[in-house]
Design a protein around this ligand. Structure first.
Ligand SMILES: Cc1cc2nc3c(=O)[nH]c(=O)nc-3n(C[C@H](O)[C@H](O)[C@H](O)COP(=O)(O)O)c2cc1C
Length: 311
C-alpha cells in the first residue's frame, strides 16, 4: 500500500499529460474520455493501475474464461511492421475468471470504467458454452462497468459459431437474465451484412446495451507486399489493414439501428484521422490495441486532444 501511495502522484501527473478529458455518458456509464484499451492487452488485469496513466478513459480487461488455460503454443504473435499490423493466435491465455475476480476484489475502485470481456474455455464443449459464460459472468459482473461477450475470436475452435442466430439467442438470453450491468457483444469483421443484421435482431430482443466492432479478421486484405510471408501465419489480423472494414461494419450497424445502439469502434485506429473517421461512422467510444503497440501513449494523447478540440 505504501508503494502504491508513492506512485499515485506519478500516475496522476501522467494521466494529466496523456488523458485530456472528453467526458461522455454511454449506455448509462460516464466515461472520462472516449479512448479505451481494447481487450486482450491485459487479459488478467495485471496492470490496471497503469492504463489510465497512459491516457485511456476506459479499459476492457480479458478475455477471461471460466477455466484457467495456457493458450496456444508459442510463437503465437507476429508483427507485420510494413503494414502496422499484427497476426495473433494467442488462444485466450488467461488465469481464469476466479483469479480475475480475486484480483479485482483486492484492487478496489479504478479511476476509469472497467469492461470485462468473457469468452468460452477451450476445454468446455460447445454444447456447454452457455453455462461456461454464465459462470464467468457470475464471478465477475459485480466488478464490471460493462460486460463484453466475446463470440468473435478466431482462435478458439467453434467460438465464432456463437454469432449464429440460434446460438446467440440462447447465450444472450441466459446472460441477460443473470445481470443488469450493461451487456455488449463483440463481433467479427468477417460477418456479412445478413449475419450482422441477425446479430442486431437478437441483440435487440435481449436488450443488449451496445456492440463492439470489431475483433481481428481471418482475412488478409490490405497487407503490405513486404509482409506477405508473415501474413501466412494462422491467426487474427489487426491494425491498419483492418481499418476500412472495421469502419464499414460500424457504419452498417449505425445505419441498421438508426444510431440508437451504442457502438465501441475498434480496428486499425493508428492515427487521428482513423479515429475521427471511426467516430463519423457512428462509434460513440473507441478502442486501441495494435495502434498502441506501434505508437505508444503518444497516440492516446493525440486522440484525446483532437477529440477535446472537436467537442
Ligand atoms: C495480441 C492480441 C490479443 C487479443 N486478444 C483479444 C481478446 O482476448 N479478446 C478480444 O475480444 N479481442 C482480442 N483482441 C482483439 C482486439 O481487442 C481488437 O478487437 C483488434 O485487435 C482490432 O483492433 P486493433 O486493430 O486496434 O488492434 C486481441 C488482439 C491482439 C492483437
Amino acid at each position: 500500500m505504501a508503494g502504491l501511495a508513492r506512485v499515485t502522484p506519478a500516475i496522476t501527473a501522467l494521466r494529466r499529460y496523456f488523458g485530456t478529458p472528453t467526458p461522455r455518458t454511454v449506455f448509462g456509464v460516464r466515461f472520462p474520455s472516449a479512448i479505451g484499451l481494447a481487450a486482450g492487452m491485459d487479459k488478467d488485469g495485471a496492470a490496471l493501475r497503469a492504463w489510465p496513466a497512459f491516457g485511456f478513459g476506459f479499459v476492457e480487461v480479458g478475455t477471461v474464461t471460466r477455466l484457467p488455460q495456457p493458450g496456444n503454443p508459442r510463437p503465437r504473435l507476429y508483427r507485420l511492421p510494413a503494414s502496422e499490423a499484427i497476426v495473433n493466435r494467442m488462444g485466450f491465455n488467461n488465469a481464469g475468471a476466479e483469479a480475475l475476480a480475486e484480483r479485482l476484489a483486492r484492487l478496489g475502485q479504478l479511476p476509469v470504467p472497467l469492461g470485462i470481456s468473457i469468452g468460452k474455455s477451450k476445454r468446455t464443449p460447445m454444447e456447454d458454452a452457455v453455462a461456461d459464460y454464465l459462470e464467468s459472468l457470475r464471478l465477475l459482473d459485480r466488478y464490471a462497468d460493462y460486460v463484453a461477450v466475446n463470440v468473435s475470436s478466431p482462435n478458439t475452435p467453434g467460438l465464432r459459431g456463437l454469432q449464429d442466430r440460434a446460438e446467440l439467442d440462447q447465450l444472450l438470453g441466459a446472460l441477460r437474465k443473470e445481470t443488469d450491468k450493461p451487456l455488449l457483444v463483440k463481433i467479427a469483421p468477417d460477418l456479412d451484412e445478413n449475419a450482422i443484421a441477425d446479430v442486431l435482431a437478437v441483440a435487440d430482443q435481449h436488450r443488449i446495451d451496445g456492440l463492439i466492432a470489431t475483433n481481428t479478421t481471418v482475412g488478409r486484405d490490405g497487407v503490405h507486399p513486404r509482409d506477405t510471408v508473415l501474413a501466412e501465419h494462422t491467426g487474427g489480423l489487426s491494425g491498419t489493414p483492418l481499418s476500412a472494414r472495421a469502419r464499414e461494419v460500424v457504419a452498417f450497424v449505425a445505419k441498421e439501428t438508426d444510431g440508437r445502439l451504442p457502438i465501441i469502434g475498434v480496428g486499425g485506429i493508428g492515427s487521428v484521422d482513423d479515429a475521427l473517421r471511426m467516430l463519423d461512422a457512428g462509434a460513440s467510444l473507441l478502442q486501441l490495441f495494435t495502434g498502441f503497440i506501434y505508437h505508444g501513449p503518444g497516440l492516446v494523447r493525440a486522440l484525446n486532444r483532437t477529440i477535446a478540440l472537436r467537442a
